[in-house]
Design a protein around this ligand. Sequence first.
Ligand code: SIN
Length: 278
Amino acid sequence: MKVEPTDQPFGAIVTGVDLSAPLDADIIAAIRASWLEHGVLAFPGQVMDDAALERFTLAMGGFGEDPFFDTVPGSDHVAAILREADEKTPLFAENWHSDWSFLREPPSGTCLVGIDIPPTGGDTLFADQRAAFAALPADKQDHYRSLTAIHSARAAYAPDGAYGEQDEGRSMAIRPGESARETCPHPLVQRHPETGEEALFSCGGYIVGIEGMADEEAFKLLVELLAWQTDERFIYRHRWEAGTLVMWDNRRVLHRATGGYEGHRRELHRTTIAAWKP
Ligand code: SIN
């Protein structure tokens, strides 16, 4: 197996391993170690059906909870990130986020496999929150360490949310629900449970406030912080090819979808990796 850092600020490309074959303990440990080192791993040229994607996800730590999505037929864990060529709905997942950060135990990682990739556009952007935190001045780091953010899925998945009842014509199997209104506090800066490194855990997509702070003040802080978090020097842009599996660490990176492929179909299959248990 060969792991080569990308020519961008972070992320690595992994070749020389067939992820659909049974993986021995040494290879699993080497992949997880590279993932913790680089934050995002891309494995081009894989032949992964849904069963193989499930086996790989189990090997990386087991399945995370996936609220608000139906799975693809024949699988209990694989969801399709899908947009038909003629679809007019707003792009899915265009806001910066860490997957399902509103859960008490958000997934440690996510796997996404390119199935049907448009000839242009549809890149996924990743932002390194370890580097973004490390580059802050010490007084800002201390301030952010003292804050607790309130996460919720309500703006996206409540019946009146962006993917709610008015969201007609979407091909993805999104299932909004009242439970999206629940809130969950998480420290704005978190120590990675496996590497011990601190990172910002703040995402525009799911944070609805900051404990003890007026909404207007919190919104201003979060907008200013997001601009810092997503500065070019912290970004890895992934350009998709069919057969590439990308695996990212939700405790370290934010991500978002991009458009630019109007008139073309885009389909990727996704699993989440369970929260890490020591
Ligand atoms: C996601 O956030 O899971 C999807 C990202 C993408 O479609 O590029």
